[in-house]
Design a binder for this molecule. Structure first.
Ligand code: NAD
Length: 312
């Protein structure tokens, strides 16, 4: 029987843990906090900023909104980062990208205090991740691993350590923000880890690799990239992809909304209905990995706060 992993419940469970840890810190007079840094008014970034603010409020964190106009100079953006580095209310800084073209990502990210770099953007923290040392694992990759660890513990009743050791894990996607760090987190848990990407597909080799996976983690941003032919019987599939697609009926006709426009919906990279029954467990989209991602960011902010105050 396939288990559709309830990522929303996992997200809520983690939030409960964060709330009780935050309460214990606040009882000591310490409040963790997150600052977002937005330059300009990118729509997606503003949506994300709103979510972070809401979660901070729910958890009992401080929230600092640092927004600069789109024509701010790189020097002004770096000064804003320095201010946040020195702000005692802020345990973690989240730069909301994309920045305007004249601002170098690299220059801004290198200015962030490595102890406040809660989404692992700084090369120092990426280096720590590569070396398998303690760091702030980036939120989305950390969410994939957390979902798998809780699934192993709660559903398969196995120690998450044993679950990962020697498991054949294939990650589809090799971006610096999702695919690569996800593979590193799996490798650091001693999984036999492979990474496949667009060039693997271009050589016609995607299926050859993905069908060997006990655990398949897909982060490509391509709807229906993964069908049943790509998945081993009994595999566990984590679908990170978020894609907006048009809706058609059974006859292939467009389904229209009240305004006569074609309806759209959010799907992952995996053809969920076609693949589901072949798997042992699978995450859905929507209400999948994204339900856990922000929580991992908050866990990192909590960790940054505790490290700052020398609390175990
Ligand atoms: P990206 O565009 O930076 O990278 C995409 C990766 O997929 C690349 O490594 C590319 O080589 C690979 N790829 C593209 N086409 C492929 C193909 N045909 N076959 C095999 N590999 C292919 O994207 P990203 O930032 O890594 O994000 C990936 C997906 O994850 C996107 O859909 C994004 O929206 C989603 N995402 C979800 C969350 C979440 O919380 N759920 C967070 C971040 C990103």
């Amino acid at each position: 029987m396939t288990k559709v992993i309830d990522c929303v419940a996992i997200g809520e469970e983690i939030m409960g843990e964060i709330q009780s840890e935050t309460k214990a810190l606040r009882d000591k007079g310490i409040t963790p906090g997150i600052a977002t840094l937005l330059v300009g008014d990118d729509f997606g970034s503003k949506m994300y900023r709103g979510q972070v603010e809401k979660f901070c409020e729910e958890a009992g964190f401080n929230y600092v909104n640092k927004t600069l106009p789109a024509d701010a100079t790189e020097e002004q953006v770096k000064e804003a980062v320095e201010e946040l580095n020195n702000d005692k209310e802020v345990s973690g800084i989240l730069p909301l990208r994309p920045f305007p073209e004249h601002i170098s990502d690299y220059a801004v990210i290198n200015t962030i205090d490595v102890g406040k770099d809660i989404d692992c953007f700084h090369p120092f923290n990426m280096g720590q991740l590569t070396l398998g040392e303690a760091t702030f694992p980036p939120a989305t990759p950390a969410a994939c691993i957390e979902i798998l660890e809780r699934y192993a513990r709660d559903e398969e009743k196995v120690d998450p350590k044993d679950f990962f050791e020697g498991a054949e894990i294939v990650v589809v996607g090799h971006s610096n923000t999702v695919g690569k760090p996800t593979a590193l987190l799996a490798l650091n848990r001693n999984a036999t880890t492979s990474v496949v990407h667009v060039f693997t597909s271009m050589k016609g080799n995607l299926e050859k690799h993905t069908t060997g996976a006990d655990i398949l983690i897909v982060a490509a941003g391509k709807a229906d990239l993964i069908g049943p032919e790509h998945v081993k019987e009994g595999a566990i599939v984590v679908d990170v992809g978020i894609n907006r697609v048009k809706v058609y009926d059974e006859k292939g006709e467009p389904v229209l909304n009240d305004k006569g426009k074609q309806k759209t919906k959010t799907v992952g990279d995996v053809s969920f209905d076609a693949v589901k029954d072949k798997t042992r467990a699978i995450t859905p989209v929507p209400k999948g990995v994204g339900s856990v991602t922000n929580r991992m960011l908050m866990k990192n902010a909590l960790k940054a706060c505790k490290l700052h105050y020398g609390i175990e």
